[in-house]
Design a protein around this ligand. Structure first.
Ligand SMILES: [Zn+2]
Length: 324
């Protein structure tokens, strides 16, 4: 059993305007809710502060293409929040923004394309370059890690990242597009693997008795998270990748706080701090990146009774938080 497991607490930071109509009018309010929270609390700054208070580092995958519509100012505000709190800014791309840019990013493209894998290699390389440039204009260091929006990447994405000198990808999600991405054909990745020059750092996934599920703050119970972390350590996993979002502690649409998830997040941070000898919560800019395990490792799993408890808890959340 390894002595310590590398944990990546990844926060996808993005702003949505609830549809694509009238977005110039809707953007200021959407930005405020998605980044700061509906009442100015429990948004990204809160999440970053709680992590910092526990000595934990977040990897923030920040979506920058919205700046092609609304300017660099709001993006610079996000980058400042992340950097001043001592966390890392890397690149996230939601290609839904491509056709909303004031100056066309890809003149050939008309209409919505939700996934990066719907673009050819040259287009993907251009979009990644543009995203990285926006982040740097907004005050971030050159990003060295990437996650595709909605995990919608493919083999060309790996090549386009290498072309741009971004050598860590965390777009592989075995519970969604992982297997169909053409990355590591016939193999379901749940551990780091070098693909050409790029280190693929897949989402952590687990069997819950009903199928495969990724490890996300809003989508797993506290009992599951704790159990899976210990299991990852016991099974000799080399990385444990947790998904969060800037608005993860809020109800859908970032309209109200979700107290169940806030409590779960605080418990997770306390646990990781208390057990920092076993779990090293880290970024990409310091220290060696995790390697592939030398021998195959067992997949994480959680018993069906724990799944049933989580489903009951999620039902309770929907009734008590989401309806407010
Ligand atoms: Zn996203």
């Amino acid at each position: 059993m390894p002595l310590v497991l590398d944990v990546f607490f990844t926060v996808d930071v993005e702003v949505w305007c609830d549809g694509w109509q009238d977005i110039d009018r809707k953007f200021p309010d959407a930005f405020r809710r998605y980044i700061y929270g509906p009442s100015g609390e429990f948004g990204l700054p809160f999440q970053l502060r709680v992590l910092s208070d526990h000595g934990l580092k977040a990897v923030c995958f920040v979506e920058p293409l919205f700046a092609a519509r609304f300017g660099i100012g709001p993006l610079a505000e996000i980058v400042r929040l992340v950097e001043e709190a001592g966390h890392e800014t890397h690149l996230h791309l939601h290609t839904e923004w491509v056709d909303e840019a004031r100056v066309a990013l890809l003149p050939r493209i008309r209409g919505k394309r939700q996934f990066l894998h719907q673009f050819d290699l040259a287009e993907q390389a251009q979009l990644i370059a543009k995203g990285a440039e926006c982040l740097q204009q907004a005050g971030a260091a050159k990003p060295i890690a990437f996650r595709a929006g909605s995990f919608g990447f493919n083999r060309d994405t790996i090549r386009a990242l290498a072309h741009n000198g971004i050598l860590v990808d965390s777009s592989y999600n075995g519970s969604t597009f992982g297997l169909s991405s053409g990355v590591c054909e016939g193999e379901l990745l749940d551990q780091p693997k070098r693909i050409d020059e790029v280190l693929e750092l897949p989402m952590s996934v687990f069997e819950d008795g009903r199928g495969l599920r990724h490890v996300q703050l809003t989508a797993c119970s506290w009992l599951e998270l704790e159990h899976l972390l210990w299991q990852g350590l016991e099974f000799g996993h080399r990385s444990f990748v947790i998904l969060s979002h800037g608005a993860e502690l809020l109800t859908p649409g970032a309209r109200a706080v979700d107290p169940t998830v806030v409590k779960r997040f605080r418990r997770l941070c306390g646990f990781l701090q208390r057990n920092s000898g076993s779990f090293r919560v880290r970024g990409f800019r310091n220290g060696e990146l995790p390697l592939a395990p030398v021998a195959p490792v067992r997949r994480l799993h959680s018993p069906i009774w724990r799944t049933a408890l989580r489903m009951a808890e999620q039902g309770w959340r929907r009734r008590h938080a989401w309806t407010r």
